[in-house]
Design a protein around this ligand. Structure first.
Ligand code: PMP
Length: 449
């Protein structure tokens, strides 16, 4: 299978100064992160700009709204309200359950999580924050301390402002211990390839309690969880686990934060928010990426009580947060998701795709696990199903590259970069899903030969 070429010619590429900048950067980035074509080839984007272009590239309605707003008003700063911010706040709040009704608008996922950390500390009057092994919550000096996957792990003790205020073993969560550090397969539900890597659910809760007991004074400020871990390769929790974890955190005075940066806005199909798939109600929800279809925009939603606690400690201010462009675009994105039934499409095409990919898992020894929900699907590559060792990075890169050459862009994730991440825009069709499966099958077959 091959996508037809587009009109983006080498000459046009060469004439763009930015392309030269990218070339320089290219040497410093892992090859699997760079998707750049100067030969005029077209690709089907099954990673949507890192799980971001939720309603599709250059959606006509979103474009029209953005252009209209561009001609009206770009910026007022957070000193003034303007109609798009009211409109957006109303639309977003209608999508969240009570009492999650106070909205703070910022510009990126890291900023949103920074603010959530501040809120957790202001409200609880405690300091320690817990996140999971394999979590990714951002790259700002504050949030990098919460991220712990692959290269996204702070290795400079003392260099991060908040690190000393965290639990000494802040990342110990249900994936802790040598088993999971060494194991290629961090799957935590029963999967066909890894029967003995699945602990009983209560063991995860015991490990979680253990982590909580290491917090200063055994009290905790906050607990961050992605409803499905994104950067870690779309890892899911056992059923009921988050609910129990939330309860334990609250018993110790902490607040629970759902990081919906990847999982929100209908991506998981069955629900608009990932936390709803776990039957929990967080105290704070953070969101970014899909919120603006690629336009820089993010939000933190919380309860009136927590917002008041923050206000008592500090005046939160953000120059660009909630700017007219972002709000107008955010509103258009919400309308498109509703009008085009994209959450429903995510459920339908996502399930279709998951089932087709699960068949590939039976077909190929090196596909260890296929998991996910809606249009957030992980394919974990292993040497073989018995050893469950990760497929070496170069081999995964080769399959990745073969997919790209056949016109399919997918993402990578996981501790060993061993998991393909499938997260296309929510508007994909079944024929496009078929194309992706065909390309993936062809790439894996080529690898096995
Ligand atoms: N949280 C999650 C779950 C993410 O996946 C990301 C980005 N990969 C972030 C936070 C940080 O978002 P940003 O890159 O916009 O700062």
């Amino acid at each position: 299978p091959r996508m037809p070429p587009c009109d983006f010619t080498p000459e046009r590429y060469q004439s763009m100064p930015y392309s030269r900048v990218l070339e320089v950067y290219r040497e410093h980035l892992s090859p699997e992160l760079v998707y750049f074509d100067h030969e005029g080839n077209r690709y089907l984007d099954f990673f949507s700009g890192i799980v971001t272009v939720s309603v599709g590239h250059c959606h006509p309605k979103v474009n029209a709204v953005a252009q209209k707003q561009l001609g009206r008003l770009w910026h007022t700063s957070a000193l003034f309200f303007h109609p798009p911010i009211h409109e957006y706040a109303e639309k977003l709040s209608a999508l969240l359950p009570d009492p999650l009704k106070v909205i703070f608008l910022v510009n990126s996922g890291s900023e949103a999580n920074d603010l959530a950390m501040l809120m957790a500390r202001a409200h609880s009057k405690n300091t320690d924050i817990i996140s999971f092994r394999g979590a990714y919550h951002g790259c700002s000096p504050y949030t990098i301390g919460l991220s712990n996957v692959g290269q996204f792990k702070m290795t400079l003790p003392g260099a991060v402002g908040c690190q000393s205020t965290m639990c000494p073993d802040v990342f110990r969560g249900p994936w802790g211990g040598s088993h999971c550090r060494d194991s290629p397969v961090q799957t935590i539900r029963k999967c066909s390839c890894a029967p003995d890597c699945c602990h009983a659910e209560d063991q995860y809760i015991e490990q979680f309690k253990d982590t909580l007991s290491t917090c200063v004074g055994k009290s905790i400020a906050g607990f961050f969880a992605e409803p499905i871990q994104g950067v870690n390769g779309f890892v899911q929790y056992p059923k009921g686990f988050l609910k129990e974890a939330f309860q334990l955190v609250r018993e110790r005075g902490g607040v629970c934060i759902a990081d919906e940066v990847q999982t929100g806005f209908g991506r998981l199909g069955s629900h608009f928010w990932g936390f709803q798939t776990h039957g929990v109600l967080p105290d704070i929800v953070t969101m970014a990426k899909g919120i603006g279809n690629g336009f820089p925009m993010a939000a933190v939603v919380t309860t009136p009580e927590i917002a008041k606690s923050l206000a008592k400690c500090v005046l939160h201010f953000n120059t660009f947060g909630g700017n007219p462009m972002a709000c107008a675009i955010g509103s258009a994105v919400l309308e498109v998701i509703k009008e085009e039934k994209l959450q429903e499409n995510s459920q339908e095409v996502g399930t279709y795709l998951l089932l087709k990919l699960a068949k590939l898992q039976d077909e190929f020894e090196i596909i260890g696990d296929v998991r996910g929900k809606g249009l957030m699907i992980g394919i974990e590559m292993v040497k073989d199903k018995t050893s469950r060792q990760p497929l070496p990075r170069e081999e995964v890169s080769q399959i990745h590259e073969d997919c790209r050459q056949m016109g399919l862009i997918v993402g990578r994730g996981g501790l060993f970069s061993q998991t393909f991440r499938i997260a296309p825009s929510l508007c994909i069709t079944k024929p496009e899903a078929d194309f992706a499966v065909d390309v993936f099958r062809a790439a894996v077959t080529q690898h096995m030969e």
